[in-house]
Design a protein around this ligand. Structure first.
Ligand SMILES: [Zn+2]
Ligand SMILES: [Zn+2]
Length: 1010
């Protein structure tokens, strides 16, 4: 890079020399009359062109923002507003970076100043705001490479003006205004004032503006303490905060392929931890800057050498940025979407789009309904009561599952240990009770048995309060219980000892590690043994989230499913501040059964399977030969329903049937459905949360457990789930959810219109049928708690979901008006919930009742093409005369069919057979006729024994023949028959008449004793 850069600098200078030489030669040429005329003509054209150009420039400059250079840092330009669809202002957007820390130029090291000058504007001290020499050379360069924007020629003054007042739009108009304002600023401010303002406002990545904030963000130190090497590294980010930020931030889920040594630390944004990763491009840029500084005489050889050899891996030390504000998650989401769309539509960088949003005087019309948002937030203030259905009372924290706790042999096992610390299902410590790890001054403490000093004076720590990783020691998080009986988790970060430790013994992440005497001597404050024999680590040596986060967490989204407009959203409960983690949009959680309608049943109906399609809820086995999947009623003695319709399989959320149905339609059909429902981005697999086979050929989501039961690697966000269900509510048409409809600039011109993408996800009849099944899931199935108060007369439809050992609860439901999706779970999924997902259905009703207050009664309209047909619930076919004679009662039901899918054949599942009432088995030739009875049964091709515990087992036609009766019994009976006082039984007549029934024809084979 360095060599390349030098070469390009040389070429530019050579070219400049060439131009000068040419000009001189031309002047020496003999001038002819013809040439004079030609020159006059050319001059006339140039003058005319200049006149026009001058006019244009005047016009542009006249529209330049009015600035007051003397108060640059206080008068920032117009702020933008978010308004609702009626035009009411919801939020005046404030620049969250307004509280940037301003430092005096004197406090900024000279080499930091020079780093910026060297790379961005080395003639800064000489020019008048614009650098003509540089403009010419960059114009020439850009002409040569054929890209008018390849090389910039912005001076520091121009960059300051742009950062404060303008956008990064690459247009001539913007460029002219920028130059004009730069000259204006130069005439009023001194060079020192300009540089000071520039260094205090320049965006340097990771949302840090100005060198002081950046010094904390990247090195966790004051700007005055930066070394030359660190200064040059910071200055590199001025060119592009995306490419040259000193480190990049990664979600912890995405760091598996990053070498440990490249992770320079971790930061929290809201409640989410990110890894900070060393950026090689930034180091290359730093070297270019240092070379340039040497070239310009800003530093000498020795300083240059020291700086290029300084290890940036160890220098980088992410500091905790303070992000606080007044704005809520919902408006943060609107802003995030606006920034994203501005980036795409106007080819802006993140910072430029953010800048435009904060300073562009924009008016953003949001889809959010302020009253609905308020109502949703009020409901969340009352979360525990709505969720539990009663006021919380405490012998354990609200909704937390501590039931696995057992006390045995003086030792606690399960989710709590004897000291009330929380263990996961493998017995690993996941949360300490705060009093067990932290003293009243928020110092970590270790009990005497958890540490020791060896003979050389090294400290040996053997405590489960730490998780040992190759390059860091993480401290186990802790919890408290608040006065409303909420479980509150507090994150504790890593121990600030860098890699100054040696692992002695490790199993998983637990074990024993050593800190050398040498390190202890240099850091005497860090480990202190008190007179009480406790080893204390003062709070300065780790991050502690003192306020903590209430658990379980929850998120909710309400949409108008006919337009895709997001009406209200909650991204977490009891969360304050801006830029907090939005669980409604950014948390991918396993959906459990809530996925079944989307990934299994909607595509099945769309393929022509009917709601009366019969699924057999009987034992299935996995590759290990274990019964799989298990149903939610596994705890009952009868573990399977037997033959049941598709509709009932949804209503009762039967796992086995979802898997069987999925197997029947195939995973491709399922993936296709999820793609149409906006949950899988087939073109950009990295943009969704679904793990495809291409992304990971071994551990992916293309399997029965993920697609059939919702046990996905990551899962889906509540917003994605709600929008997908919206397509069912909207009769098969998926509409991408939107948070705003348009953006206007300060001249009232619409600069961006947000029209949601729509696509057909299923045929309207199939979608209508799915909708009706979800309706009956509420009215006759498991989701009955979701009903709205009867007097409102508003129907609802929806589905619950529960994941592995109650890690997550879901309910997504809709009325003829709105759709709402709710997720409840602990941020740490190892901590399980108590109760069941019915609580989510209850919470949904609690939230949606006030939202629907005052709306007219409304019922769902079935698609008019659907045909009602009477069918047998055991076969899905037209009823025979036997179907109504089922011993459990008539099995004739009315189901709706998509035209073309209605049955034409008659039920053959119901059969009748003659059985011996003594054995309940098929009659043998010895069974006396007075013990025979004609009965209605169901036929199942695969037979299951009673151990399989299938509900309809007893109604299955017997396959064995009675052995209770022998020749002797038969002869006895014949003898009785022959005695004159015995009348011949009516049984014979019944048998005769029934055997004439055509549907019993097939029975004769069965009744024939073998
Ligand atoms: Zn039948
Ligand atoms: Zn018998």
């Amino acid at each position: 890079m360095t060599e390349e850069y030098k070469k390009s600098m040389e070429t530019i200078e050579n070219k400049q020399n060439n131009i000068n030489v040419h000009k001189k030669k031309k002047r020496k040429n003999k001038i002819t009359t013809a040439l004079i005329i030609l020159l006059l003509l050319i001059s006339a054209v140039i003058v005319a062109a200049c006149g026009v150009a001058f006019g244009i420039v005047i016009g542009i400059v006249r529209n330049a923002p009015d600035i007051d250079p003397e108060s640059i840092l206080t008068t920032l330009s117009e702020s933008s507003v978010i308004v609702d669809e009626s035009g009411t202002v919801i939020e005046q957007i404030h620049d969250p970076n307004e509280n940037r820390e301003i430092v005096k130029l004197d406090d900024i090291p000279l080499y930091l100043q020079n780093s910026f000058l060297a790379i961005e504007d080395h003639r800064f001290k000489e020019h008048f705001g614009i650098d003509i020499q540089r403009i010419v050379s960059s114009l020439w360069h850009n002409y040569k490479v054929g890209d008018s924007t390849a090389q910039g020629a912005s001076t520091i003054t121009q960059q300051l003006v742009k950062n404060l007042y303008l956008t990064n739009e690459k247009s001539w108009r913007r460029k002219i205004i920028e130059m004009y304002l730069a000259i204006k600023v130069e005439r009023i401010l001194s060079k020192e004032q300009i540089l000071e303002n520039y260094l205090n406002t320049i965006p340097l990545g990771q949302s840090s503006y100005g060198v002081q904030t950046a010094a904390y963000t990247y090195f966790n130190k004051d700007v005055s303490e930066l070394t030359l090497a660190e200064s040059a590294l910071l200055a590199g980010a001025a060119k592009s905060t995306v490419t040259y930020a000193p480190f990049k931030r990664y979600n912890l889920n995405d760091i598996s392929d990053i070498p440990e040594e490249d992770i320079v630390g971790y930061v929290f944004i809201g409640s989410v931890q990110y890894a900070c990763v060393y950026n090689e491009s930034a180091i290359n840029r730093q070297h270019i800057i240092l070379d340039r500084m040497l070239e310009l005489g800003f530093i000498n050889e020795a300083e240059h050498y020291a700086a290029v050899t300084e290890d940036m891996h160890t220098a980088l030390n992410p500091g905790q940025t303070k992000l606080e504000g007044i704005s809520s998650t919902s408006m943060d989401y609107v802003k995030e979407k606006v920034i994203e769309d501005l980036m795409a539509a106007k080819s802006m960088s993140y910072e430029d789009a953010e800048n435009y949003l904060y300073k562009g005087g924009l008016t953003i019309t949001t889809t959010f309904d302020i009253n609905m948002q308020k109502s949703l937030e009020d409901s969340y203030d009352n979360f525990s009561t709505l969720y539990l259905g009663t006021a919380p009372a405490g012998d354990k924290p609200v909704a937390q599952d501590w039931r696995y706790f057992k006390w045995e042999d003086g030792k606690g096992t399960g989710s709590l240990d004897s000291s009330l610390n929380i263990l996961n299902e493998y017995g690993q410590l996941i949360y300490c009770d705060k009093i067990n790890i932290m003293d009243e001054n928020s110092n970590i403490y270790l009990n005497a048995h958890e540490y020791s000093y060896d003979e050389s004076g090294n400290l040996v720590i053997d405590s489960n309060k730490f998780d040992i990783y190759d390059s860091s020691i993480d401290i186990v998080d802790c919890y408290t219980v608040d006065d409303k009986f909420n479980f509150v988790s507090h994150t504790i970060g890593t121990l600030n000892i860098g890699s100054n430790f040696e692992i002695l013994d490790k199993e998983g992440t637990k074990g024993k590690f050593l800190i050398s005497k040498d390190f202890l001597d240099k850091n005497a404050e860090m480990f202190q043994v008190g007179s009480d024999n406790l080893l204390r680590i003062p709070k300065d040596y780790f991050f502690f989230q003192e306020k903590g986060i209430v658990q379980p967490q929850s998120a909710a989204v309400i949409l108008d499913y006919r337009s895709g407009k997001i009406k209200a959203m909650v991204g977490g409960r009891d969360i304050e501040g801006s830029k907090t983690f939005n669980r409604a949009t950014d948390a991918a959680r396993q959906p459990g059964s809530t996925i079944k309608p989307l990934s299994v049943y909607l595509p099945a109906l769309d393929l022509g399977y009917s709601a009366a399609f019969i699924l057999n809820d009987v034992p299935r086995y996995n590759e290990e030969g274990e019964r799989w999947p298990k149903n939610w009623y596994e705890y009952r003695s009868v573990k399977y329903w037997g033959k049941i319709t598709l509709r009932k399989s949804v209503e009762q959320s039967i796992n086995t049937n979802a898997v069987t149905m999925l197997e029947t339609i195939g995973t491709d059909a399922s993936i296709n459905s999820l793609t149409k429902l906006g949950m899988i981005d087939a073109a950009n697999p990295g943009n969704d949360t679904f793990v495809s086979q291409q992304e990971d050929s071994v551990h992916n989501d293309v399997n029965l457990a993920s697609l059939g039961l919702g046990g996905l690697t990551k899962g889906f966000s509540p917003l994605a789930m709600t929008a997908a269900y919206g397509a069912i509510a909207n009769d098969g048409v998926y509409i991408e959810p939107i948070a705003y409809t348009k953006i206007m600039n300060n001249n009232g011109e619409t600069i961006l219109e947000n029209i949601p993408q729509t696509r057909v996800a299923a045929n309207p009849e199939a979608a209508s049928l799915m909708k009706d099944i979800l309706r009956s899931t509420v009215y006759s199935g498991l989701s009955y708690r979701a009903k709205l108060p009867e007097e409102m007369g508003i129907e609802v439809a929806g589905k619950t979901g529960t994941t592995q050992a109650s890690g997550d609860f879901w309910f997504v439901g809709f009325s003829p008006y709105y759709i709402g999706g709710i997720w409840v779970g602990n941020d740490n999924v190892q901590l399980k919930l108590s109760g069941d997902s019915g609580a989510n259905a209850r919470l949904w009703s609690g939230i949606m009742t006030p939202i629907h207050q005052g709306l007219a009664p409304a019922k769902f309209q079935l698609n008019q093409n659907l045909i009602p047909v009477q069918v047998c619930s055991q076969s899905g076919k037209l009823p025979s005369s036997l179907c109504s004679g089922d011993p459990r009662g008539s099995q004739v039901i009315t189901e709706y069919f998509v035209p073309g899918t209605e049955p034409s054949q008659i039920c053959t599942t119901h059969v009748s057979a003659v059985v011996c009432t003594n054995s309940n088995l098929l009659k043998s030739q010895y069974c006396p006729e007075n013990s025979l009875e004609q009965r209605v049964f169901i036929e199942r091709y695969a037979k299951y024994d009673p151990d399989a515990r299938i509900l309809d087992y007893n109604f299955q036609v017997p396959t064995e023949v009675c052995t209770n009766h022998t020749q002797w019994h038969y002869d006895q009976w014949i003898n009785q028959q022959n005695s004159p006082d015995e009348s011949s039984g009516e049984n014979n007549d019944i048998n005769d008449s029934e055997s004439e029934d055509e549907t019993t024809g097939i029975i004769e084979d069965i009744t024939e004793p073998q």
